[in-house]
Write a protein that binds this ligand. Structure first.
Ligand code: ADP
Ligand code: NI
Length: 215
């Protein structure tokens, strides 16, 4: 019941998003997380709620507030009559989900947290990852590519969250690093295939940018 209530709430809130964090992203993360649960275990209800709420107040869409999602998730769950102890578990997972910089360590300790973070990361990889990256970049007025602006590996969440580089840099600052930051075996297998597609995409992108291989 609580899962259905939260699902409807999140669906309403995210239906009109145009930054690559639309309801379909949340729904895919939810479904991937449920799939990972069948292979990796964990508490299904905690996984489902955390997946649905993982982007509920993300710094990329809430005007730059960091670490706000857990609090919003907690309030929402308690307002809907959910057990407080479990709501705190979900809130902690939500706070730990986001990528916070290439050199910032991940904090997910529980299997439920690892599964939700893996599911979110898989949706940042592959064809979907490429589509979402350029959609997000466009929504924030970022150029596709500026060859003179090199990627930076951030050691601090705030620096990462306020950086404004072109979208090709996002591949080096986050997306290509994700395959080695997936926790579960099941996600690692799926992630590797998606990673390889992004490598091929970048190779062809540079060929077309540099007008090599025209014959
Ligand atoms: P996370 O919380 O780990 O960032 P999200 O689901 O909130 O995961 O969104 C991540 C997606 O947002 C990225 O995978 C990418 O598609 C997009 N994104 C975030 N930052 C950038 C950026 N600087 N340039 C391009 N896309 C970005
Ligand atoms: Ni997400």
């Amino acid at each position: 019941m609580i899962v259905k209530t939260i699902l409807e709430h999140v669906k309403n809130q995210f239906e009109s998003d145009t930054t690559g964090h639309d309801w379909f992203h949340i729904e895919r993360v939810y479904k991937i997380a449920c799939h990972l649960h069948t292979k990796e275990g964990g508490d299904l209800e905690i996984i489902q709620l955390s997946a649905l709420l993982h982007d509920i107040s993300d710094h990329k869409m809430n005007g730059g507030k960091l670490n706000d999602g857990g609090n919003v998730a907690l309030q929402l769950l308690i307002q809907n009559g959910y057990n407080e102890e479990k709501a705190i578990i979900v809130a902690n997972i939500v706070d730990g989900v986001s990528f916070k910089g290439a050199l910032v360590k991940d904090q997910q300790i529980s299997i439920e947290g690892k599964i939700v973070q893996d599911a979110d990361r898989l949706d940042a990889l592959g064809a979907m990852g490429i589509a979402r990256a350029f959609t997000y970049g466009g929504s924030k007025n970022r150029p596709i590519y500026e060859p003179a602006v090199l990627p930076e590996l951030h050691d601090d969440f705030k620096k990462y969250a306020t950086a404004k580089s072109h979208t090709i840099n996002h591949f080096y600052e986050k997306l290509l690093l994700l395959k080695d930051r997936l926790h579960t075996k099941t996600a690692q297998v799926i992630g590797l295939k998606r990673h390889q597609l992004m490598e091929e995409f970048l190779e062809q992108f540079y060929d077309e940018w540099n007008l090599t291989n025209l014959d």
